[in-house]
Design a protein around this ligand. Sequence first.
Ligand SMILES: CC(C)(COP(=O)(O)OP(=O)(O)OC[C@H]1O[C@@H](n2cnc3c(N)ncnc32)[C@H](O)[C@@H]1OP(=O)(O)O)[C@@H](O)C(=O)NCCC(=O)NCCS
Length: 153
Amino acid sequence: MVKLFRESVREAVMETKEMSIGNYEEAISLWESCESVGLDKRTDSRERISIYLQRNPGLSFVALENSKVVGVVLCGHEGRRGYLHHLAVAEGYRRKGVGKALVERVVSKLRLVGIRACHIFVFADNIDGQEFWQNIGWNERTDLKIMSKNITL
Ligand SMILES: CC(C)(COP(=O)(O)OP(=O)(O)OC[C@H]1O[C@@H](n2cnc3c(N)ncnc32)[C@H](O)[C@@H]1OP(=O)(O)O)[C@@H](O)C(=O)NCCC(=O)NCCS
């Protein structure tokens, strides 16, 4: 667990820790409160996120204030590159370094397991999100487009 800062007035301690499936309900509420996080019932169900966390141990994190989830990020890799998803910080906790701290924990862990590049997907109309990524040192790839396919049963 990594302490981010201590708020002396309220004696509250903000910290980050590895996400477990027990954090799912609070994480999904936070994601649902953010228009710019693209949720999909098929891929973001409790069952799918549980499988995701098991396949990618130690790469997803929550930020907690007094045990309450105020930030979350998912990350996984396939042996070559990391893919970071669903970074969100609760309104009221933004611009305090929480998002950056979560991303730094992910990047440190990717480095430890030998991964040397990581991607994120940001909606083209999420200008604030893009500024965040640029301001913390991530580069926009103007040479790529995403192609997707739904896989039906
Ligand atoms: C994007 C988001 C995760 C940033 O989290 P945060 O905790 O507020 O970010 P931080 O405080 O760590 O910001 C680090 C730096 O990023 C930049 N930044 C953060 N939010 C920004 C914004 N809205 N506009 C411009 N720059 C921003 C700043 O340079 C900031 O440093 P500063 O506060 O010293 O100026 C948060 O705003 C959020 O949850 N947004 C909704 C969901 C979302 O868009 N997620 C990203 C999906 S790809």
